[in-house]
Design a protein around this ligand. Sequence first.
Ligand SMILES: Nc1ncnc2c1ncn2[C@@H]1O[C@H](COP(=O)(O)OP(=O)(O)OP(=O)(O)O)[C@@H](O)[C@H]1O
Ligand SMILES: [Mg+2]
Length: 239
Amino acid sequence: MNNKKKENKNGNIVVMELKNITKIFESPAGESVVLKDINFKINRGDFISIVGPSGSGKTTLLNIIGVLDKPTSGEVIINGFNILSLNESEIAQMRNNLIGFIFQSFNLINRTSVRKNIEIPAIIMGMNRSLRHYRSQKLLELLEIKDKAEYKPLNLSGGQQQRVAIARALINDPTIVLADEPTGNLDTKTGKEVFNLLKMLTKKYKKTIIIVTHNQELAVETDKTIFIRDGKIEKEIIN
Ligand SMILES: Nc1ncnc2c1ncn2[C@@H]1O[C@H](COP(=O)(O)OP(=O)(O)OP(=O)(O)O)[C@@H](O)[C@H]1O
Ligand SMILES: [Mg+2]
């Protein structure tokens, strides 16, 4: 694909574009419109926060950005492709290749080692063992959990567990990393440390990261904050 096409006038490379996204959930009580006409572009290296009241649609939006869920209408364009035109297995492959996820509750597998947890998305991708080990070792070092590689996740502190989840999100070298309240289960100091790691990844490694947070103090440290209210983008602020 021609990279020039994806470059906008500021020289930014657009990695994802959401156009007129609407999400409607059906329930016995009737339809509820959870996202309304959402439009935005994500450029390579962006560090974006999404803030908004509980129930405003942040997780729903992140799930659509992460292609875990489809919008009811609108377009999701990743690297120039309208992904909604792909079939389920193509979408799954795209997700595995391009997107890393970090969750509030870490979502680690406790019966296996930290190292194995980090390598799981690479195993799913079919990455060969030596490259997988090389990458997981580098990530264990980068995130300063090298000495915990053979531990079970439950024997780590919350902050260390979230570092494992960050390493797991990075193992396939994704285009975009999505984090839904990654500091929500951590105390203030540990949350700030985890946040600073994400910031370091955007600044030093030019990773594209989108973080949902309730914490305004953290949000202002990202490059751009998108405020969501009642399923709509209320405003976007460059910090
Ligand atoms: N699968 C679903 N079926 C029906 N309604 C849903 C579903 N998922 C989310 N919703 C509704 O969509 C709205 C937005 O939910 P969402 O989880 O996106 O909010 P949020 O902004 O992430 O909130 P929080 O800050 O509490 O995590 C809520 O009213 C929720 O009940
Ligand atoms: Mg949520």
